[in-house]
Design a protein around this ligand. Structure first.
Ligand code: ASP
Length: 328
């Protein structure tokens, strides 16, 4: 090769590298499938929301939104992997309250939820329900209290790992009623609910997204909902608050995140696609059937998510630390 040709080859190689490494800009974006990482198992509430959005967003973005379940450690494995991913607009994370509780639960967290991400938008709020296996002898909340007192650690409570809302909800319930229980972790409440349906565990606190169809079909027992007022979806279902646990409230909120450094235009484009999907009539109808409520307009923005996450992190920090509930 002559000197001129070598130089040209070097320039060409450098340009190619630049093109490959260059962050995606809104114009022309996206040009390949986008990965939306879900921190819990397929079939669970977070996964259901992600797939519902992903289907519609695939049409509006013109590229497939691939939902990928990266499970483990209460959602922290998925969040850590997205924090480290290339900020090129092709990796996003959907996560819930766990983004705010992880810094207090995990003393050795490898990422900072408040610094290592671009904040895209909040998504939906979903209430939880405390449900039991169909043949659990306690037929209502009062009988459940008596059953818990009599059986203590023989009672199993399933959850999706330390940092999952099912764990938080279960722990808050256990604290509120003052009895012991044995906790059984799963990689998401999809498998946890299957274990409950199979009679392998006794209790589960899970989003209506997973439990509502089973409550309606009578394949699980409902002991209470975790909102301070009754739900439109399950008007007959008493709240835990009205049954003697005043103020008991756990609502699951969701946010979408991108690795820190993802270009703003790309964050906006992906965010617009999420907001568009949340207005889609079929998506809305399905969300309503599952008890999910689209977040208020002021939360459907990068600032809305970032501010909320800061508040949630501050809210749960002292509670978790005071309870000495560490995961590592
Ligand atoms: N509902 C789950 C939780 O407890 C996670 C899931 O499987 O979506 O955090």
């Amino acid at each position: 090769m002559t000197r001129g040709k070598t130089w040209l080859a070097c320039v060409a190689a450098a340009v190619t590298t630049l093109l490959v490494a260059a962050p995606a800009h809104a114009q022309g974006y996206p040009t390949k499938p986008i990965t939306l990482v879900v921190p819990f198992a397929a079939g669970g509430p977070t996964d259901v929301v992600a797939r519902l959005l992903g289907g519609t967003m695939t049409r509006t973005l013109g590229q497939t939104v691939v939902v990928e379940n990266r499970v483990g450690a209460g959602g922290t494995i998925a969040a850590a992997s997205v924090a480290r991913a290339a900020p090129d607009g092709y990796t996003f994370l959907i996560h819930h309250n766990g983004m705010g509780t992880a810094p207090s639960l995990y003393r050795k967290l490898s990422y900072n939820p408040l610094a290592d991400f671009e904040y895209v938008t909040q998504v939906v709020d979903v209430p939880m329900t405390l449900v039991g296996r169909k043949d659990l002898p306690a037929k209502d909340f009062n009988e459940l209290l008596a059953y818990l007192k009599a059986n203590g650690t023989k009672v199993n409570l399933a959850h999706a790992g330390l940092g999952a809302v099912s764990h938080l909800c279960g722990m808050l319930f256990r604290q509120a009623v003052g009895t012991e229980m044995t906790t059984v972790p799963y990689q998401g409440t999809g498998p946890a609910l299957n274990a409950l349906l199979a009679g392998q565990v006794d209790l589960l606190c899970d989003q209506t997204t997973g439990t509502a169809p089973h409550i309606k079909a009578g394949t699980v027992k409902l002991y209470g909902v975790t909102t301070t007022s009754r739900l439109k979806l399950l008007p007959e279902a008493p709240t835990l608050a009205e049954q003697g646990l005043p103020g008991f409230q756990v609502v699951v909120w969701h946010g979408i995140y991108a690795p820190r450094g993802t270009p703003k235009e790309v964050v906006d484009r992906f965010g617009n696609a999420v907001r568009g999907a949340l207005k889609d009539a079929a998506v809305l109808a399905r969300l309503t059937e599952l008890g999910a409520v689209v977040a208020a307009d002021d939360k459907l923005t990068p600032t809305g998510l970032q501010t909320w996450l800061q508040q949630e992190t501050q809210r749960y920090g002292p509670v978790i630390k005071a309870a000495g509930q560490f995961a590592d």
